[in-house]
Design a protein around this ligand. Sequence first.
Ligand SMILES: O=C(O)CCC(=O)C(=O)O
Length: 345
Amino acid sequence: MSSATLETPIRNLVTATGGFAGTRRSQFPNVRPPGYFSPDADPAAVRAFFEANGYLVLENAFNPAEVEELKQETTQICRGQRGELPDHPAADPAEPDDSVLQRFLCIHFPHKCSDVMLRAIHNQPTIKTLTTVVGPNVKCMQSMLFIKSSGKPGQAWHQDEDYIPTRDRSLIGAWISIDRANTDNGCLWVLPGSHRHGILWEQHWHGDRRFDCAEESVNFPYRDEEAIPVEVEAGSVVFFNGYLLHRSLPNKAPQGTYRRSLVNHYMTCESRLPWGKPPEGEHNGHFDHRDIIIVAGKDPYAYRGYESIHKPSVRPSGQGGCDKWGGKGRQYKEAAKAEAPAATA
Ligand SMILES: O=C(O)CCC(=O)C(=O)O
């Protein structure tokens, strides 16, 4: 996959984990790997693990009733009960939930149509972890609701700052698991410590049916074998740095199962957010996207005001091809192979 383009000492980064790693419930996984914390874990240990590894897991951030509420709300959003989604008419009341849910891989900006999703952005254990690892002043600019029923693809290796650029590298994803996530149903995989290079790696169309239409980062100095799965219970939140290389694989669990997750993205309030196109005539350096929610502390740019720009949208799964998402002529590897001229002896 990737070839080593840089010599790097950034390896063996696991630091001692406070909290209860390895000592809690007997179910799944039996022994917690390093990096799993409880909401009352020592903030210094949480910060140290995150700085070294670029990710961490906060367990029990959402209680079972809150998880159930997120699950029910996901269904209502998909059915069109929180407003019709673009190109997806509201479901017929007679259509079973399963049949509706299977139409969606992911819905962007669900907090724009749902109070339940908006409330999740302000989840207290999540905010406490954010202020521990990001800083006292934190804003949120984006949400994505993954439904990922069995058979749906994952996302190829990428770094979120490629899509949502901050000026101080403070972007952080808070990935809330609505279902237990494991290697069967397509949990997240991370390359620990990969955020520390501070490089946004080259990206290409992958041509790989395991992944949706988003491009794949390549030529970074890690092998797939170095990745670790981040398996979590429902109600956990996986935090990951915007420069951390991460991916997910398809949901291969039995038909009728889901790997639902709500991913909210946050950053410091101190950084302006040059996300999207600056308005006509505005200098790039002054550009600051203002469709944001302050979740902790103060916003030094409050004088610029706030806007509501984004609306809920449906992300293509790639199952009908990726031409619409990334430009025409995107072939999958097997098609490209079949078309290639036979090698001459
Ligand atoms: O949930 C997934 O499968 C992928 C999520 C992801 O890559 C992201 O939020 O950046």
